[in-house]
Design a protein around this ligand. Structure first.
Ligand code: HEC
Length: 461
């Protein structure tokens, strides 16, 4: 019989594996975007300082560079591999799909990243030792290489959402996957908002200057950068939303919380107001206040953005063919990939999943609950937490029902057929559906005996 090459599931009981990846990725967006924005800003500022002879701006570059060495390059270099580690266990086939399409793109990105890291050290430690022209050249090279890393990554990120061209599915070809309508809109949006982050984080550095006039001058530059980039970002966001396929719009309309759009506007307004204040009252800005603003961007700006991005590409995790639960849900003849749904439909998941524990391959009255838990872990836990906190707790979606046959019927009617567009198709044999339903019912109101049984299985694992 055909087996499907699923890996074991990484189960994170508190948050859910998706949120672990999300938390690391959100922090990484702040560190990396601030760095790229700063690199370009430094290049511009170095040119300006050279033209006007206002060499004190080089001191700002030096100090901001030193700050970024820790903020972006140390923390960014921890969270970057953190994304690799966490996605490799949370979504091995998602990451594998990206590697199979873009390994050379990533290799390219790493080359530019190495140049970037050398560049930031040079800008910081050679600031007072090099002649102005050489320093300027380094600043420009640093800015350009830094932006190149963003260019490459954005293509991969937009493929993750949607392969660039529909013909990629039939013909393959990495450029077909890389460039799509979404790629440039996303690039524009990230470019704009990276300057917003650079301006906010730059406040932490500028607020420390003792010379009030210089502090004012630097903060004014940061504030204008911030205001312009926030306005541009809002426009780019509109463009970006316009490039999303219809299915994403349906998910957005139905599945994002109602307060999402007003909140987004409020955040943009708040950011703009913050920059106006730092512009007219630079004295008020302290490093602590700028740090709070940075944190606010992270919590109110980036986190919701990452959650929305995660939601609208559902039920897929990558390329619109790898489901979030790792099952291949679609044929991609261009890459020689076949959907696994027919195999699962024919033989059931328990029999075809390589890592099903042997005692659970056949459902019996004794192991039913445990089989159910295994099925929930394998097919649902990537998007639904199995406790009552974390991401979309599974029990809540069944309204506390303990009616096992009714739940099983729902599972076979809705999930097995793919009736809900934001969820993967999960074909279930009758006995598998009953087992999963028993487990879901036990989440709602476990009888004491059941609870003990569950605890036993948990400690055994
Ligand atoms: C690809 C991610 C994903 C997987 C895997 C997944 N779901 Fe969902 N599920 C969602 C999303 C997204 C929603 C919409 C809920 C929301 O955000 O409010 C949802 C909603 C639901 C609902 C509410 C009904 C509805 O139509 O909105 C039920 C019931 C449900 N899921 C059960 C399951 C079960 C059982 C499994 C495992 C067999 C599962 N889901 C696997 C993403 C997923």
């Amino acid at each position: 019989m055909d087996l499907i090459g699923l890996y074991p599931t990484w189960f994170e009981p508190g948050l859910g594996s998706g949120w672990v990846v999300g938390l690391i990725a959100t922090a990484h967006v702040l560190f990396s975007h601030t760095a790229v924005g700063a690199a370009i800003f430094f290049a511009g500022l170095a040119v300006y300082a050279n033209r006007t002879g206002k060499l004190e701006y080089l001191e700002f570059i030096r100090r901001y560079g030193l700050f970024l060495l820790v903020f972006s390059y140390v923390l960014g270099s921890i969270t970057g591999p953190g994304i690799w580690y966490s996605t490799t266990v949370a979504s091995p086939r998602g990451i594998s799909a990206l590697i199979h399409s873009f390994v050379w793109k990533w290799a390219t990105e790493w080359v530019f990243f190495v140049i970037e890291v050398v560049g930031v050290y040079m800008l910081t430690y050679l600031a007072t030792r090099l002649d102005a022209k050489t320093y300027l050249r380094i600043a420009v090279i640093f800015g350009l290489t830094s932006y190149t890393t963003m260019l490459v990554i954005v293509g991969i990120l937009s493929f993750m959402m949607w392969p660039g061209q529909e013909r990629w599915f039939t013909e393959g070809g990495y450029l077909n996957g890389f460039y799509g309508p979404n790629t440039f809109a996303q690039l524009g949006m990230r470019t704009a908002f990276m300057f917003t982050m650079t301006a906010v984080v730059g406040g932490i550095v500028a607020a420390r200057f003792d010379d009030a006039a210089f502090k004012k001058a630097v903060l004014a530059r940061l504030a204008w950068l911030g205001l312009a980039s926030t306005a541009a970002g809002a426009a780019m966001l509109q463009w970006y939303l316009g490039t999303l396929p219809e299915s994403a719009e349906v998910v957005m309309a139905n599945r994002l919380p109602e307060h999402f759009a007003p909140t987004l506007l409020a955040v943009l307004g708040g950011v703009a107001a913050y920059f106006v204040v730092t512009l007219v009252r630079p004295r008020w800005l302290t490093p602590a206040l700028a740090s709070v603003a940075t944190l606010a961007i992270l919590v109110f700006g980036l986190w919701p953005e990452e959650v929305a991005r995660e939601s609208i590409r559902k039920p897929y995790v990558a390329g619109q063919y790898v489901y979030s639960n790792q099952i291949i849900g679609r044929d991609v003849p261009g890459m020689g990939i076949a959907s696994e749904i027919p195999t699962i439909e024919a033989h059931g998941l328990l029999k075809t999943h390589v890592f099903t524990p042997e005692p659970l391959r056949t459902v019996t009255p004794e192991n039913r609950l445990e089989v159910g838990r295994f099925l929930a872990l394998t097919t649902c836990s990537n998007c639904h937490s199995l406790s009552d906190s974390g991401m979309r707790p599974l029990a809540r979606y069944f309204g506390g029902s303990t009616d096992v046959p009714a739940i099983a019927e729902y599972l076979q009617a809705a999930l097995a057929t793919g009736a809900t567009i934001y969820m993967p198709r999960v074909p279930l044999k009758d006995d598998e559906a009953l087992a999963l339903a028993s487990y879901i019912a036990s989440l709602a109101g476990p009888a004491p005996a059941v609870r003990t049984a569950q605890q036993t299985t948990r400690t055994e694992r």
